[in-house]
Design a protein around this ligand. Structure first.
Ligand code: UDP
Ligand code: MG
Length: 313
């Protein structure tokens, strides 16, 4: 069988209620593109009938593939495994619950054909999600954007199309606590957005518990920002300087304040706390550098080369 042009990666965790419908809708959309494709379901340790259902679909449709994890490794790891196994020239990542409408894929493909290597879906509206989810998500995206130097777009999830080149780059980044969207932004390449309205879940409940959501947010923030450590450094510096200034004022002002020793003690305490925090932050910066080295992201990524003998490399 010839290599597919498109690979669709679908992470699945206990989605027995939706998976057939997802398959039907994806197939319809992908067929309308008129080029060979594959559907890769990554079963992230489901405990319901998801595995049986997808295995059955695989038997009927040779374009469908299934990867079964030995346990629940989490959404981001499931996406990664799917991308690792994809052989298409463009890889589309989409949730199993039909919140990301498959009908948006053709416009992503159109952008890809214009030459964009990353086309992400930007949610202009989220239907069927509670206030808490919408509020925390909006807050998180904005916080992350402020805390890092990377252009990580806001209100963008993992629904996106990636050129094979970009997947290749992600294959070389083996970070454990992955925040895939951040890594894609970090990888660079020509990026474009397609706007869409996020639908309510087709059936079932969210598989993102509060704990999983917090872990995702934490991974995003700590993998792409050192700001928390720098805060300690800055606050410490300010406190130390403030304490020192306070001490000088107390000692030099005339007439001397009534509780001279009380004031001296307080300023010394502020000063010492500041010094403490400052060095804690400094230590943190070194730890951050070790962390950077340990993650082992490639130093740079080459998009293309001109004038080199490509056969030699
Ligand atoms: N998912 C997964 N592993 C998990 C949690 C979720 O593979 O541990 C999948 C889930 O089946 C769905 C996608 O990730 O396809 C997004 O999850 P969900 O729709 O529950 O999250 P929400 O849309 O509520 O943020
Ligand atoms: Mg969902």
């Amino acid at each position: 069988m010839s290599l597919p042009r498109y690979s669709v990666v679908v992470p699945v965790f206990n989605e027995e209620l939706v998976i057939r419908e997802t398959y039907t809708r994806l197939r319809k959309v992908m067929e309308s593109l008129g080029e060979p494709y594959e559907l890769i379901f990554v079963n992230d340790g489901s405990t319901d009938r998801s595995q049986e259902i997808i295995t059955e679909i695989c038997r009927q449709d040779p374009r469908v593939k299934l990867i079964n994890f030995s346990r629940n490794f989490g959404h981001q790891i499931a996406i990664t495994a799917g991308m690792d196994h994809a052989s298409g020239e463009a890889v589309i990542v989409i949730d199993a619950d039909l919140q990301d409408p498959p009908e948006v894929i053709p416009s992503m493909v159109a952008k890809w054909k214009e030459g964009y290597e990353v086309v992400y879906g930007k949610r202009i509206k989220r239907k069927g999600e509670g206030f808490f989810k919408k509020f925390t998500a909006a807050l998180f995206y904005r916080l992350l954007q402020r805390m890092t130097n990377l252009p990580i777009p806001v209100d963008v999830g993992d629904f996106r199309l990636l050129d094979r080149k970009v997947c290749q780059v992600l294959k070389d980044i083996r970070e454990k606590n992955r925040y895939v969207r951040g890594l894609v932004s970090w990888a660079g390449f020509k990026q474009a957005a397609v706007e869409y309205v996020r639908d309510p879940r087709f059936a079932g409940e969210t598989k993102y518990s509060l704990k999983k959501m917090l872990k995702l947010a934490w991974d995003g923030l700590t993998s792409f920002s050192h700001l928390p450590l720098e805060i300690s450094l800055k606050v410490g510096g300010i406190l130390a300087l403030g304490g020192m200034a306070y001490l000088l004022v107390v000692l030099l002002v005339r007439p001397a304040p009534a509780s001279l020793w009380g004031n001296v003690l307080l300023s010394a305490m502020i000063f010492l706390t500041g010094v403490n925090l400052f060095f804690l932050g400094l230590l943190g910066i070194y730890v951050a550098r070790i962390y950077d080295e340990a993650r082992n992201r490639p130093l740079y990524i080459i998009a293309s080369r001109v004038g080199f003998d490509e056969n030699r490399t």
